[in-house]
Write a protein that binds this ligand. Structure first.
Ligand code: NAD
Ligand code: ZN
Length: 351
């Protein structure tokens, strides 16, 4: 088969590789019908994720059709259309049993990290992929949910909802600020209403993305380039700040902006993946009763979010801006890598 193979920092190619085979009784082989590129894949290509070995097939998001199952697989069968969760979950280890499969202990490297696809084992940017723990890591698609919408449920929507809205403890009536309106921030914006947020303020530099934020549920949009953006939020919230500030970028400046935006007693939910330390003024912050949360997505809400997408209660395919065929994946990478120019949000590749 063909697959997008990582050859070390700065290098990838669409190569001929052996077809995947069943290795464990809980495995399934899935034909990839639609896949996409995540910001994390760009981080890997920059060399920021040294745990990815050369020769690894990238990709941790996908929608496909089951081609083969191992002898112990019960939940999916050959021919099923499935969503591939970005977290592979054995379902029985301590972490899986306490609803933290992001730290599943059963992966082949026993790394204690549930994100293995396109990281520690071969991923979804390929014609076929082997999925371990298929019973817990694949979700059968109901009829009528197109690949476009389903694709957003592998990672983006569970991440925005679990790490932004759930960890941020959004409650009815809250005002929520989401800093960063990329796919993940947009997913937090789109799901804030599930916990009853009354107002959602989207903050980004990119006016195009702020426009999409408005479409998927933001009540207010502010340009991060405005020097008085924090003051504008204060003016909007009785002077004390928002109940919950969601960080969906992953740089110190936006994390610190969230700390500035949140009211005493509020929550800062960090979703962004950070590459640098952030200095916190604890001498000023301790007295504010702020809770700070962070984490790797668990995908434990994927099935619930899928029901909402199936009932057209959540916008999802709205985030898809570009479509390519799988063999044009290198052009897709270029388009996604130049998002500021191309206005790319989610770039899909289909067989
Ligand atoms: P993205 O790069 O597409 O979006 C980031 C957005 O932030 C862009 O629209 C950009 O214009 C905006 N931005 C940059 N600097 C800003 C600033 N100073 N103020 C306001 N906005 C600013 O990324 P994404 O795919 O949406 O992902 C967002 C973050 O979530 C990334 O750090 C990603 O690695 C992380 N992520 C975390 C998890 C998890 O499990 N915690 C899972 C997936 C992704
Ligand atoms: Zn586990």
């Amino acid at each position: 088969m063909k697959a997008l193979v990582y050859h070390g920092p700065g290098s990838k190619s669409w190569d001929d590789v052996p077809d995947p085979v069943i290795l464990e009784s809980g495995d399934a082989i899935v034909r990839v019908d639609t896949t996409t590129i995540c910001g994390t894949d760009l981080h890997i290509l920059k060399g920021d994720v040294p745990t990815v070995a050369e020769g690894r097939i990238l990709g941790h998001e996908g929608v496909g059709t089951v081609l083969e199952v191992g002898s112990s697989v019960r939940n999916v069968k050959v021919g099923d259309r499935v969503i591939i969760a970005c977290i592979s979950s054995c379902g029985v280890c301590t972490y899986c049993r306490s609803a933290n499969p992001s730290h599943c202990l059963a992966d082949e490297g026993a790394s204690g990290i549930g994100w293995i696809l396109g990281h520690l084992i071969d991923g979804t940017q390929a014609e076929m992929v082997r999925i371990p723990f298929a019973d817990n890591s694949l979700y059968t698609l109901p009829e009528g949910v197109p690949d476009d919408a389903a694709m957003l449920l592998s990672d983006i929507f569970p991440t925005g909802f679990e790490m932004g809205i759930e960890y941020g403890r959004v409650k009815p009536g809250d005002t929520v600020a989401v800093v960063g309106a990329g796919p993940v921030g947009l997913a937090a914006i789109a799901t804030a209403g599930l916990h009853g947020a009354a107002q959602v303020i989207a903050i980004d530099y990119d006016e195009n993305r702020l426009g999409v934020a408005k479409q998927v549920g933001a009540t207010h949009c502010l340009n991060a380039g405005d020097p008085d953006v924090v003051a504008q939020v204060m003016a909007h919230t009785d002077g004390f700040g928002v109940d919950v500030a969601v960080e969906a970028v992953g740089v110190p400046a936006t994390f610190l902006m969230c700390v500035d935006l949140v009211r005493p007693g509020g929550n800062v939910a960090n979703v962004g993946v950070h590459g640098k330390a952030v200095e916190l003024d604890l001498q000023k912050l301790w007295i504010q009763n702020i809770t700070i949360s962070m984490g790797l997505v668990n995908t434990t809400t994927l099935a619930m979010l899928l029901k909402l997408v199936a009932q057209h209660k959540l916008p999802a395919s709205e985030l898809v801006t570009h479509r390519f065929s799988l063999q044009d994946i290198e052009t897709a990478y270029e388009t996604f890598g130049n998002a500021a120019q191309t206005h790319a949000l989610k770039v899909l590749m289909a067989r």
